[in-house]
Design a protein around this ligand. Structure first.
Ligand code: C5P
Length: 220
């Protein structure tokens, strides 16, 4: 097992999770999708009829990440596997709001830091390089044009049977980025020591290779 942590941050649908998963697999590291945690808490928030008492909400949440050989990371909310609901439009439309709340972030960051304590983790999100793992050995800030990000998400939705229109997706991605970049607590921003990787026009293999080269340099 590699004794480094890798932080991958960036705007919505920039390719973070696809690449993080690949890099983790090829380097025998563990991939942690932190967006899934905020989505799971949002799922609970929707179940509770959007009650804005976030402290109470968190006190009633137990989150577990488990790894299934075929399906990858699964999220258990109070013991129930809710992973299949996390990409629904309703969760996506509410997640940035829920993720902006202090009790939610304090809870999620603590879980994430515990997961990364032993190292060997590739973690993607919005505040990993800046807040969760400020000492990560490698920090990537992944970006792509909004057109390409919307197209990729459209394809992903099609594969998952989630209805969406390209124009709506573009608007949703831009709105979510704006909210995530302008919130008060831990806004999305590039860590000073992060390396920007622009994935526009690049294949998954090309981006994975770029990051593998960066890992080699860190380990050299
Ligand atoms: O990565 P994903 O698109 O699943 O993230 C969903 C949302 O969760 C983001 O738009 C953001 O509001 C929130 N998030 C966050 N901090 C993270 C990861 C995700 O605030 N580390």
């Amino acid at each position: 097992m590699n004794l480094i942590n890798i932080a991958i941050d960036g705007p919505a649908a920039a390719g973070k999770s696809t690449i993080a998963r690949r890099v983790a697999e090829s380097h025998s590291m563990i991939y942690v999708d932190t967006g899934a945690m905020y989505r799971a808490i949002t799922y609970k928030y929707l179940q509770e009829d959007k009650n804005d008492d976030f402290q109470a909400l968190i006190e009633d949440v137990s989150l577990k990440l488990v790894y299934d050989e075929d399906k990858g990371q699964r999220v258990l909310l109070n013991g129930e596997d809710i992973t299949d609901y996390l990409r629904s439009n309703e969760v996506t439309q509410n997640v940035s709001y829920v993720a902006s709340k202090e009790p939610v972030r304090t809870f999620a960051v603590k879980v994430q830091q515990q997961l990364a304590a032993e190292k060997g983790i590739v973690m993607d999100g919005r505040d990993i390089g800046t807040v969760v793992l400020p000492d990560a050995e490698l920090k990537i800030y992944m970006i792509a044009s909004v057109e390409e990000r919307a197209e990729r998400r459209q394809k992903e939705n099609e594969e998952n049977g989630i209805p969406s229109s390209l124009n709506e997706l573009k608007k949703e991605i831009e709105a979510r980025d704006h909210y995530d970049m302008n919130r008060e607590i831990s806004p999305l921003q590039k860590a000073d020591d992060a390396i920007t990787v622009n994935t526009t026009g690049k294949s998954i293999e090309q981006v994975t290779d770029i990051i593998s080269d960066l890992i080699d340099k860190v380990e050299a």
